[in-house]
Design a protein around this ligand. Sequence first.
Ligand SMILES: [Zn+2]
Length: 274
Amino acid sequence: MPGEWIPAAGPNFMVGRSGRKISQVVLHTTVGTMPATIATFQNPGRIASAHYVVGLDGRVVNMVRESDTAFHSGNWEENLISIGIEHVDDGDFNGPRTPQLYAASIALVGDLCQRYAIPRDRAHIRKHSEVSDSPTACPDALAVDRIVAGAALFGGGGGELNQEDNDMYFPRDPGSQKIYAVYEQNGHMVKRALTQADWPVYAATGANFHDVTDAGVLAKLLALPDAAAGGAGAAVDLKPVLDAIAAIKPGAVDLAPVLAAVAKVQAKLDKDLA
Ligand SMILES: [Zn+2]
């Protein structure tokens, strides 16, 4: 399971799911800080928990195993079928959240949708207020539609690997959870961290978005020079990389030529930048 494991207290969740299948994600806002939220879920008297807590800095904490039932939605049947995600707001529940929080939430929700075959839509990614038996405004100003749209575009497994002229690759750094756009700039392959402001721009291009799941390709793409840092790198021949990507065919994906071409470019960059 993704994130840092800090278990909730035993009375705050139920082992197992009474045979129910995980089919929804419920989003919350903490009305508090990360330490206060962790303390609440570790307090055996609270009888409350969520599977995950996402911080304003993008930190992801896992407090209840996905296979167990967290007490988060105010609806027992909903608890049995859902994964609950708290979003830290430092008490400012109607204020803006950070790009880091949204990026981490999108990555987490996308990953859950991928692993449990949950449709990436608002019928399956719910606000606490939409499922609770008792009135609540949770998750207040958390931009739930933004998270759902982001998970559909950029989350784990988002997009299909098809060959089109306008393919774009978005490797996600498993450490920082940052998502990068990889593209050509002045004859160099570079990466640039995505911001929330970039997404509508990329979406408007009509490009096919590819999540990068192959560990070798991911490492190579993440090792590319950072465009924002001004490091376009030394002159390299991108043609083999672009040719290899262009040669990917639906249903018959062979990443070896891409890996080999990227490795050659990386070797050249390493040499030139040394
Ligand atoms: Zn809530």
